[in-house]
Design a protein around this ligand. Structure first.
Ligand code: 4NP
Length: 152
């Protein structure tokens, strides 16, 4: 299974999700990456608060580099997890067909299906929003791993 996490900048939410997910893969056949719907931060390293928060949990995302979501990502990935409703809308605008659209899901739909709940953008908030964010992503990625294992 190939999983792509997508947020706006690819410097906070989605690289944290990528790092957390990667730390749980073990020997499972799972590939993980992340991207942003905007090019604002393309080429940048993750936000220092995202790096610090993951580091506290022994996950190193300091070497990740932000990139923009591209239409080819629909071919490269099986599941495309949007962090919020704007990210989902922007991804869906690039979808070429129903198969593309079917790959796109809000991340927290894995936690509360149908609730249309966003992973809020922490960029302009204070530092401790990142710990809450970590827990949210930790929980969601546990559920993805559980589902993967149950489907085998
Ligand atoms: P992210 O957070 O989408 O979780 O990476 C943001 C990072 C940067 C900006 C917005 C959100 N920005 O507007 O620069």
């Amino acid at each position: 299974m190939k999983i792509l996490f997508v947020c706006l900048g690819n410097i906070c939410r989605s690289p944290m999700a990528e790092g957390i997910m990667r730390s749980k893969i073990g020997n499972r056949d799972i590939v993980v990456d992340s991207a942003g719907t905007s090019a604002f931060h393309a080429g940048d390293k993750p936000d220092h608060r995202a790096v610090q928060t993951n580091k506290k949990h022994n996950i190193d995302i300091s070497k990740l580099v932000a990139r923009t979501f591209v239409v080819e990502d629909f071919d490269r990935f099986d599941k495309i997890y949007a962090m919020d409703l704007n990210n989902r809308r922007d991804i869906l605008e690039l979808a070429r067909n129903q198969a593309d659209r079917d790959k796109v899901k809000l991340l927290l739909d894995e936690v509360n299906p149908g609730a249309e709940q966003p992973v809020a953008d922490p960029y302009y908030g204070s530092g401790n929003g990142f710990e809450t964010l970590f827990k949210m992503l930790d929980n969601a990625t546990n559920i993805i791993i559980q589902k993967f294992d149950n489907a085998k």
